[in-house]
Design a protein around this ligand. Structure first.
Ligand SMILES: [Fe+2]
Ligand SMILES: [Fe+2]
Length: 188
């Protein structure tokens, strides 16, 4: 597997871990939850999404998807839809971040608005990456020649994932440890 493709794959795995963590915090807003939601974890998770998947992962996919569209693959309509969703996801990350920042700054934001928008956002992200995993990612292996990967390499410069690969900020180290603990709890 080409290193760019490998990184995109592990991005999906990592993004799912972040979404699971976010989803668990959002469940803490339920009236019968045993724990309070941790606003810091929520805001750090959203910061990560803005800083890495929204900045690198989706734009890298756009370049690869356009290369697939040029091949007139039968999945073209789905690819176009997924490209459109990238724009929507980026906008939604901003919107959800604004809402949670306002709530963290003691502005009055109704809880149901926070919970509904976060759940819709998580679902948009999950469905999007599942479709990519199932229908589009397998095409890369099948259809790109080494020369085409060279072309892609010239346009897509691999970036460091600031959460899962050498966390660059204290907030991300905390979030990383939190995610590890969650995963350990699941195993037990
Ligand atoms: Fe995508
Ligand atoms: Fe993706």
């Amino acid at each position: 597997m080409h290193p760019i493709q490998r990184q995109l794959h592990s991005d999906h795995h990592h993004l799912l871990l972040v979404l699971n963590c976010l989803s668990k915090e959002i469940d803490c807003f339920d009236f019968d939850a045993r724990q309070d939601p941790d606003m810091e974890v929520i805001l750090n998770a959203l910061d990560y999404v803005r800083e890495y998947p929204d900045k690198w992962h989706h734009p890298a996919e756009d370049i690869i998807f356009n290369q697939l569209l040029a091949k007139k693959v039968k999945e073209s309509n789905l690819i176009k839809k997924l490209e459109e969703e990238h724009g929507k996801i980026i906008q939604e990350t901003e919107k959800v971040t604004r809402l949670f920042r306002a709530a963290a700054d003691d502005c009055i934001v109704p809880t149901n608005e926070l919970v509904d928008s976060a759940r819709q956002y998580i679902s948009l992200q999950r469905v999007h990456l599942e479709k990519e995993n199932e229908f589009i990612y397998p095409l890369m292996d099948k259809l790109f020649s080494p020369d085409e990967w060279k072309e892609i390499e010239n346009k897509v410069k691999i970036q460091n994932d600031p959460l899962f690969n050498k966390p660059s900020k204290r907030e991300f180290t905390q979030l990383y440890n939190h995610i590890l603990e969650l995963e350990k709890e699941k195993e037990n």
